[in-house]
Design a protein around this ligand. Structure first.
Ligand code: SF4
Ligand code: SF4
Length: 362
C-alpha cells in the first residue's frame, strides 16, 4: 500500500482518535488502533478493511464537521479501502479494472450474455428457441454439458486463484502475525455473524443518528443467499457426476430448493441494499466506492432474478433463451469477482483474522 492523500487523511484522523478514544467500544477498528502509535500506509489499509462503515463513530464524534478538525473516520476508511483493492489486486495489470468499475462490470455483463447466446446458437442452431419439456438433460440441449462445465470451471478457478493472491498480498503487507487456532474460530464467528454490522447490538447509523439493524439483516440475506446458491450448484454437480441424475431437477429436489431460497435471499438483500444507497447520508460515505457498490449489487441481483425467472418459465418455449441469459450473467459474475466490490469480503475476513490474532499475540 502506497502513501496517498486518502492515507494521509486517515492517518490524521487516527492520530486524533488515538488521543480521544471515545469510540473504543464501537467496533474492532479502535482496539486495533490502540495497539499502534504510528500508522504506516499498510496499518491504515488494515484498519480500513476492518471498518464495516457502520458510521457510528461519525455521528458520535465531537470533532466531526463542522468542527475545525473535520474528523470523518467512515469516509476516510472507505477511501483507503477503495485504494487498497487496486493495490492488492492480482495480476497487477488488471488492477485498473477497479477504476470506473461500474462501466467495467456493465460491459462484462453485456458481453457475457451476448457470448453465451451466440455460443448457444452456434452449437445448437435455432433449437434453443423452441419448446423444451422439463425432462432430464433438457438444459444440455441448449448448451452442451462440456461447454458449460469447462467455461464455469476455468473462469471460476481463475477468479478464486486471483482472490487468493489478493488476500495473500493484503496479509503480507499488513505484517506477519502468528494465528492461533482460537483466533481462527473467533474470526470465523465474526465473519459469519457479521458481528460489526450490529454496532454492539443496536445496529448501524444507516441514514442518520438513529440506529437500525436493517443493513445487517440485508447483508445476512445477501451473504447466506449467495452461499445457498453455491450449495445448489455444488449439489447439482454431485447429482450429475456421482448419481447420474441430469438437470433440470424436480421442483422439490435439493438443488432447486436451495437455489430458490438462496435466489430469493440474494434478491431481497441486494435490492434492499441498493435502495439504501439512495437514502444514506452522503457525508460519511465515499463516492469512490459508490459505482463499485452499485455495480456488484446489480450483478448479484441479476444473477438471482434470471435464475428465478428461469425456474418459473423453464417448461415454456422461452427456456433456451432464459437459460442462456442466466448463464451469461453467471459467466460475467465469475469473470469480475476479483475485480469487483466482492473483494471486500475477502479482505475484511483477512483483517478480522489478523485482529483476532493480534488480540492474542499483540
Ligand atoms: S471518531 Fe471522534 S469521538 Fe470517536 S475516537 Fe475519533 S475523535 Fe474521538
Ligand atoms: S464506521 Fe463503524 S466500523 Fe468504521 S470505524 Fe467507525 S464505528 Fe468502526
Amino acid at each position: 500500500m502506497h502513501e496517498t492523500e486518502a492515507v494521509a487523511d486517515a492517518r490524521r484522523f487516527m492520530e486524533i482518535c488515538n488521543g480521544c478514544r471515545y469510540c473504543e467500544g464501537f467496533c474492532a477498528v479502535f482496539p486495533a488502533m490502540e495497539l499502534r502509535r504510528d500508522f504506516a500506509a499498510a496499518d491504515l489499509s488494515y484498519l480500513a478493511n476492518l471498518c464495516h462503515g457502520c458510521q457510528g463513530c461519525y455521528y458520535a464524534c465531537q470533532y466531526a464537521p463542522p468542527h475545525e478538525f473535520g474528523v470523518n473516520v467512515p469516509r476516510a476508511m472507505a477511501n483507503v479501502r477503495a485504494e487498497s483493492y487496486e493495490a492488492y489486486a492480482w495480476p497487477q495489470p488488471l488492477a485498473k479494472l477497479f477504476q470506473r468499475n461500474g462501466l467495467v462490470v456493465s460491459l462484462v455483463l453485456a458481453a457475457g450474455i451476448a457470448l453465451i447466446l451466440f455460443l448457444s446458437i452456434l452449437l445448437r442452431s435455432t433449437q434453443m428457441f423452441t419448446m423444451w419439456p422439463v425432462q432430464p438433460g433438457a438444459f444440455y440441449a441448449v448448451i452442451p454439458y462440456q461447454a458449460m462445465v469447462w467455461t464455469g470451471t476455468l473462469t471460476f478457478g481463475f477468479s478464486l486463484f486471483a482472490l487468493f493472491m489478493g488476500a495473500r498480498n493484503f496479509w503480507l503487507d499488513a505484517g506477519s502475525s502468528k494465528v492461533p487456532a482460537r483466533a481462527v474460530g473467533e474470526a470465523l464467528w465474526d465473519v459469519l455473524t457479521l458481528k460489526y454490522l450490529g454496532g454492539g447490538g443496536h445496529g448501524c447509523n444507516d441514514n442518520d443518528e438513529r440506529f437500525s439493524m436493517t443493513r445487517r439483516y440485508l447483508h445476512h440475506a445477501m451473504f447466506y443467499g449467495f452461499f445457498l446458491c453455491f450449495a445448489s450448484t455444488s449439489t447439482a454437480t454431485v447429482y450429475h457426476h456421482f448419481l447420474g441424475w441430469q438437470a433440470p431437477y424436480p421442483l422439490f429436489s435439493l438443488p432447486v430448493v436451495l437455489g430458490a431460497v438462496g435466489g430469493v435471499g440474494l434478491l431481497v438483500g441486494t435490492t434492499g441494499l441498493f435502495a439504501m444507497k439512495f437514502t444514506a447520508d452522503p457525508v460519511p460515505s465515499s463516492k469512490n466506492l459508490l459505482g463499485m457498490d452499485v455495480a456488484l449489487l446489480v450483478l448479484l441481483a441479476a444473477a438471482a432474478a434470471t435464475g428465478l425467472v428461469l425456474l418459473a418459465w423453464r417448461a415454456t418455449g422461452g427456456m433456451g433463451v432464459l437459460l442462456a441469459v442466466h448463464l451469461g450473467v453467471i459467466l460475467a459474475l465469475f469473470l469480475v469477482l476479483p475485480y469487483s466490490k466482492m473483494v471486500h469480503g475477502v479482505y475484511r475476513s483477512a483483517a478480522l483474522l489478523r485482529h483476532a490474532a493480534e488480540r492474542t499475540y499483540p
